[in-house]
Write a protein that binds this ligand. Structure first.
Ligand code: FAD
Length: 642
């Protein structure tokens, strides 16, 4: 898809350039007085949480934003493989894939040894993330990702729409009420900042609040949570431009280091013409802000031209630009409970995204860490609010995501140093030394982290069974379910099994069958199905409310290595009758075939098979032998409520 040929146009890329107009902001509606979850901030963290909670008819969510309407352009633009997978969990990956620039290559440019004032291409390589996911790293306007999330919210069962023009003034947590699940211990005061009703104050009471309000989070400050780490000492200029240039890698992500003028990171953007440039600026003095550098976009363009010499770089239009300063910092806590609190203490206020970790934009990790933060938290809040899980589930948010924040900060420190490394030009031009090879090595070494696909959660009661890891070595416990295809028995269609893990709060049990046919009553898979369908201790029987569909809380899929299976030969439990008409669900049984052998691809034990339990956020909770019926029950009994 090509767009922006005659100038950048914000809005829905499904609409042609000539007709595209940004959608008008929704009408102003009074804030509700009382809600279950209050989300402050409509960045990727807030919107991903709202998108997830919007799907629960019985949860009252309110999302509030100080700006006057949805974002139109700017800020983050890289969509990692893992973020794509999460968008698939929201049923929305197709549009992002279609509209984004797909990153297949990286180029590295360095000073020319013969003529160090000019750059030359050192090497061009395939992107190190290719193959880590069924999705490719994409680059698209952050606003477009927001639009797709907003669309999903608006079309959900709760038709959730943000309240714009509201700035959080004050947030209070009534400590006397935090341990009463029915209470609304949060009181938040907002100031309206629209032209008509400015300064009008509204108050919302909430059971839970999530501060997704960015690096200068008012929620974080109200909770007295400190950011720890280095404050900003480096500024980068960023600009989205429509250029005319003879730089040959203008459509390839390029790391460009000049001898004396600093570095540029060039990122091609969606639509074929737009390009983003990150331009290295000077170090900031102590307590100096980037705004005090008094730089204009013309200064950024001039600096980029000097770095990219001898190539011509004429900017025809600047779609967006900013001077971006960051420190590498992590919040001391991600919720309102003191560190080391007992399991029984219920957190009621959380911070997520940039509100609890800040870092440089170079790795493109801001959005790609912020959105998974709330993807981790959303289902936990829903499960506790719906009375399906014990509240101790909420404590795992900080334990799981704070570790990721530290991984992010460490990776960012390393990457920042590498990107900003000045080539060391000796007197003899032939000994010019640059850091682009180091950047390439870093990207190759950290590809799983950069793609988000290797991010895993430590062993806990929620990620357990590591002694059984060898039963499915390609599904590391704690990491996300790495999708692979299998063929659906009922209609022969190859299906990505990872795409069955939707963001609807449900748990999934994947049964990978053993060497015996599932039609053999003595096989491990047949005995497991019998247990799940009939035993009183079966988690499916125990935690599915009376009258609800059999897969309402825990959905079971079966994948067999045997060929020529027939759906009608399967036990009823694997093609259950559901819904008000008792229609059969034909989409739960799969088999391998030559081209799609998930047993081979994910190292699944062909002789014994195994059980893989997948959390509502697609991460693997546990792996068990097929006959570990009691352990399976114990796992769910550890936190679920009838
Ligand atoms: P944000 O996206 O920051 O969203 C927070 C939201 O909360 C905002 O919409 C804000 O208006 C709202 N808010 C704040 N305070 C209040 C309040 N008191 N009341 C109500 N609402 C409030 N990342 C990159 O990878 N590349 C980049 O080039 C890049 N450039 C950036 C430029 C700027 C100017 C900024 C601010 C960020 C940039 N980032 C960039 C970072 C990236 O956008 C973030 O990491 C990512 O958006 C984090 O998502 P978030 O939802 O946590 O927070």
């Amino acid at each position: 898809m090509q767009y922006h040929l005659n100038g950048f146009k914000a809005g829905n890329y499904q609409v042609p350039d000539e007709a595209r107009e940004p959608a008008p902001p929704p009408p102003m509606v009074d804030l509700p007085k009382e809600v279950d979850v209050l989300i402050v901030g409509c960045g990727p963290a807030g919107l991903a949480l709202a998108r997830q909670l919007a799907g629960f008819a019985d949860i009252r969510t309110c999302i509030v934003e100080q700006k006057s309407g949805p974002m139109l352009f700017g800020q983050a633009d890289g969509i990692s493989c893992r973020t794509m997978e999460i968008m698939e969990a929201f049923n929305s990956s197709e549009l992002v894939v279609k509209e984004a620039y797909q990153l297949h290559q990286n180029a590295f440019w360095e000073p020319d040894v013969q003529n160090p004032q000019q750059i030359t291409r050192a090497h061009k390589v395939a992107d190190a993330r290719l193959g880590l996911s069924e999705f490719i790293h994409g680059v698209v306007n952050q606003a477009r990702l927001h639009d797709i999330l907003l669309d999903g919210m608006a079309h959900s069962i709760t038709h959730l729409v943000p309240h714009y023009n509201r700035r959080l003034l004050e947030l209070g947590v009534d400590r006397n009420l935090t341990q009463d699940l029915r209470a609304h211990p949060i009181t938040a005061t907002f100031e309206r900042n629209d032209a008509r009703q400015s300064n009008q104050v509204e108050t919302v009471r909430a059971r839970y609040v999530v501060g997704c309000d960015g690096a200068r989070s008012a929620v974080r400050k109200s909770l007295g949570i400190e950011l720890q780490g280095d404050s900003a000492n480096k500024a980068w200029g960023v600009m989205d431009v429509l250029p005319v240039t003879n730089f040959p890698d203008i459509r390839v992500k390029s790391f460009i280091q000049s001898k004396d003028n600093g570095a540029v990171m060039l990122v091609p953007r969606e639509g074929g013409y737009l390009v983003r440039l990150y331009v290295e600026l000077d170090l900031l003095g102590k307590d100096q802000r980037a705004s005090q550098l008094n730089l204009s976009v013309d200064d950024l363009i001039a600096r980029a031209r000097r770095i990219m010499s001898p190539y011509q770089f004429e900017v025809k239009e600047v779609a967006w630009w900013s001077i971006y300063e960051v420190g590498q910092r992590v919040a001391e806590r991600f919720d309102d409970t003191p560190a080391g609190s007992p399991d029984s203490l219920i957190p009621r206020a959380f911070v997520a995204g940039d509100a609890c970790h800040t870092h440089s934009p170079k790795g493109g990790w801001g959005l790609n860490t912020s959105l998974p933060d709330t993807f981790n938290l959303g289902w936990k809040l829903a499960a506790v609010l719906q009375g399906k899980s014990q509240p101790k589930l909420l404590q795992t948010y900080e334990a799981e995501r704070r570790k990721v924040a530290f991984m992010l900060i460490n990776a960012d420190r390393e990457m920042s140093a590498l990107v900003a490394t000045r080539p060391k030009a000796e007197k003899d031009a032939s000994s010019v030394k640059t850091g682009t090879a180091d950047i390439e090595h870093f990207i190759a070494r950290q590809n799983g982290f950069i793609a988000g696909t290797s991010i895993g959660y430590d062993a806990s009661w929620l990620c357990t069974g590591h002694e059984n890891q060898a039963l499915a070595s390609g599904f590391p416990i704690g990491q996300r379910f790495h999708s692979a295809q299998a063929v659906r028995v009922a209609d022969g269609r190859p299906v990505h099994l990872g795409h069955l893990n939707k963001a609807d709060g449900r748990w999934r049990i994947f049964i990978f069958g053993d060497a015996k046919s599932p039609l053999d009553a003595g096989s491990g898979s047949a005995r497991l199905v019998g247990f799940l369908a009939g035993a009183d201790t079966s988690p499916v029987k125990k935690y599915t409310p009376t009258g609800a569909d059999v897969d309402a809380v825990i959905e079971v899929f079966a994948v067999f290595q045997q060929q020529d299976l027939a759906i009608e030969a399967m036990p009823d439990f694997l093609w259950p009758a559901k819904g008000k008409y008792g229609l059969r669900d034909y989409e739960k049984v799969f088999q391998t075939n030559g081209a799609h052998d998930i047993f081979e691809q994910r190292g699944i034990d062909r002789l014994h098979g195994c059980i893989v339990v997948v959390r509502p956020d697609q991460h693997i909770a546990t792996i068990l032998p097929l006959d570990a019926h009691a352990e399976l029950s114990r796992f769910f009994d550890g936190f679920m409520l009838k």
